[in-house]
Each structure stands twice: as structure tokens, then as C-alpha cells.
Design a protein around this ligand. Sequence first.
Ligand code: HEM
Length: 280
Amino acid sequence: MGSSRASASEIREVQRGYTRVDGGRVGAGVGADGVSTSRPKWLWGWLGLYWLLTILMLILVGVYISNSGGLQWKNVFSPVRMFNFHPLFQTLGFLTIIGHSVLIYRVFPDANIWVLQWTHALLNLFGYILMIIGVYSAGWSKDAQAQGERRTAHHFVSVHSWVGLVVLILIAIQWLAGFFGLLWPGVHGARRVAVRGVHIFSGNIIFLLGCATVLIGIDQLKPTSTMNTMALTVAAYALLGGYLLSTDVFYRGRMYRHPDARGQMEDENAPLASTTVRYT
Ligand code: HEM
């Protein structure tokens, strides 16, 4: 057990449930209380595997696209080629960008919280815009194909399209709630801790539901060894991502509030003269 003095702003950060009272400086290995604050090295191994799966997904979707008409910009109005933007943009926007954005708090636990928050919000927004373009491509290619065959296109007829729509709506709600509840203007004190808890839980669920949407989307395509491998890769990605997002081991350091700060949740500005550094 050791003790240290903390500035009022550090204490406020801790009260908001964001940082350790030492601002991450003890994170080199062992905390002042003798408890290890660094994350186990094998977690970097899991992260490496996550990156390998991401690269594999991008290669497989590229192989699928090149085997089914490609993406020639000059022929973008061909329905087949227009549809190909759908798996491409969902793999880039959802699986790659959002799939990594959700992990940044765990990969960089000691980074400046404002940088993390804005990076997380902007990456999610960018990924979401790509997803919207991707869904538009699927709908547009359906229309173009139906027009060519002189019939009317029917949208939102498959399970994939309905679950996909739910995922899009949930991501929008999650983003707005995260932005206005946690980033700007943001709630504080005990309410903030509660909002963060819900945000982390619902973010995990939305990530898994999005991966499930990709799987049932792949099932809509003509079965090929490329897309079957893609499905297995996405399933592994979902399992690993779900684990990395939910394990406490990986979140150690930023998650735990200072025990002495708890009693002051109602008054964030109350000065704390001295505090005991202990991670529970
Ligand atoms: C590699 C990933 C994906 C593949 C292979 C794929 C495949 C497909 C296919 C074959 C269709 C046309 C059939 C239909 O109308 O249901 C489609 C449509 C659709 N997809 Fe995906 N999908 C993927 C990812 C996603 C994701 C992540 C979302 C959203 C979260 C999504 C949302 C939609 C929606 C809303 C439609 C309906 C468009 C319409 O009916 O006009 N897809 N997808």
C-alpha cells in the first residue's frame, strides 16, 4: 500500500470513471499498492490475431469482388458491379473501421482521454458513412437489375436486410447517445458512470449483431470457398472482438475509479487533499 497526492483535475477524471488517479504514470508495471497495472503480454498476441483476421477478411472480400465483375469505376452503373460495393463498404466501414474504433480505449489505456474520445467518435462516424453508402449500393443495384428486367424491385425482403437495418439504427442511437451523453456536453458524476456502463454494454452487443448480419449477408450469396472462408473468418473475428471488448483484464487501468473518490460523486469540485492509490 502506498499513497500519493493527486491534483483536483486528476481526481475529477477518476470520479468520472475515466482514469487512474496517477494519470497512467504507474502503468509501467506495478501500481503504488503493489498490484500490477500493466496488461498481460499475451493480450498483444490476441490483438495481433485480430489484425491478421482483419487483413484476411479484406483479402477475401477482394477475391470475391474480382471473381464477380470487379469494381471498375467506369462501369459503376452495372448492377453487378454496383452491388460489389456493398460487401466492400461493409467490410471496410463496419468490420475494419468500427471493429477497431471500439477497441482503442483498451489498446491505448494511458492516452489522453479527449484524443481517444474524439478519435472513437470520428472513426465510428466515418465507418457509419461507409456503411450507408454500402447499403445504398445494394438497394441501387437491385433497382437497376429490376429495371433491366422490366419489373419492380422489392426492398427489405430478407432477414439480412431487416437485421441490417436494425444494426444501422442502433449504431445511430449509440453514436448520438455517446456524443451528447459522454462527449459534448456530457453528463457527470454517478450518472456518467451509469451512461458509460450502458454504452460499453450496448456497443458490445451492436458489434456482435453487426457481425451476425455480415454472416447472414454472406449466406445470401452463391456459396463459394472464398465466401465460406470469409464467414469462418468473420465468426472468429466476432468471437475474438467480443472477448477483447468484454474482458476486464484488458481494461485494467482506465476502468477503475479511485475508492476515495466514490464518496464525492455528488460534488465533482470538492477538493481532495490526499488520496491512496488503490485499484480495485
Ligand atoms: C460482407 C458483408 C455483407 C454481405 C456479403 C452482404 C450481402 C447482401 C446481399 C446479398 C444483399 C441483397 C439481398 C437483400 O436484399 O437482402 C444485401 C442487402 C442488404 N444488406 Fe448486406 N451484406 C453484408 C453486410 C451488411 C451489413 C454489415 C449491413 C448493415 C449493418 C447490411 C445491410 C443490408 C441491407 C439493409 C440490405 C437491403 C438493401 C435493400 O433491400 O435495398 N449488409 N446484403
